[in-house]
Unconditional design. Structure first.
Length: 196
């Protein structure tokens, strides 16, 4: 706030110098001090906008996924799906800590789940048995396909912290995706599509 006031004062001084008669020409060095003051706010940025978007989106998606795994632990009757959900929960809780640390370090806020993420959870919560298992696994495939894409992009970041987190996490996400696909093939089909 003080910096913008000072910058504004320098800008006003520069304008008045241009408008004043030649007597102000001795003060023309004042505008050159404006340039460093204007670049100071940019130097305070801790992360590029694309990386900030990745951190906030990844954090939000990760938190939503943890909620879905908790639901699967409670609602699934299939031991393989329950084990998968438990494994996902543990690994995504660790990722959540890593993303929180990165968000704090880069001064990025992780938003609450979106309406769509809440709706997905509510829809899954209404299902049971194999109908739940199939819907949950379909969601895990979709979510992990998206996550692999996003983390692959982030692994090319110029920011070493973002790049390292993405590179470290990608193998786990790819494993989750493959496991979800394999389980989709092995979970018995539902008798009916309802399950409500």
């Amino acid at each position: 706030m003080k910096l913008s006031v000072v910058t504004g004062m320098f800008a006003a001084a520069a304008v008045s110098l241009v408008l004043l008669p030649a007597t102000a020409s001795a003060q023309t060095t004042t505008p050159t001090t404006t340039k460093p003051a204007q670049t100071t706010p940019a130097s305070k940025a801790k992360v590029a906008p694309m990386d900030a978007t990745f951190i906030s989106t990844a954090g939000r998606h990760n938190q939503a996924e943890i909620e879905l795994t908790k639901l699967a632990e409670d609602k699934s009757d299939n031991p393989q799906v329950k084990q998968f959900a438990e494994d996902l929960k543990k690994q995504h809780e660790q990722l959540d800590k890593d993303l929180d640390d990165l968000a704090d370090k880069k001064d990025v806020k992780v938003p609450d789940p979106t309406t769509q993420e809440k709706t997905t959870k509510d829809q899954l919560d209404k299902l049971k048995g194999s109908a739940f298992d199939h819907a949950f696994l379909a969601e895990m495939v979709k979510d992990h396909q998206m996550a692999v894409t996003e983390y692959s992009k982030a692994a090319k970041s110029a920011d070493p912290d973002v790049k390292n987190l993405a590179e470290k996490t990608l193998p786990t996400l790819k494993d989750h995706l493959q496991r979800a696909k394999d389980l989709q093939k092995n979970v018995p089909a539902t008798a009916g599509k309802g399950g409500n």
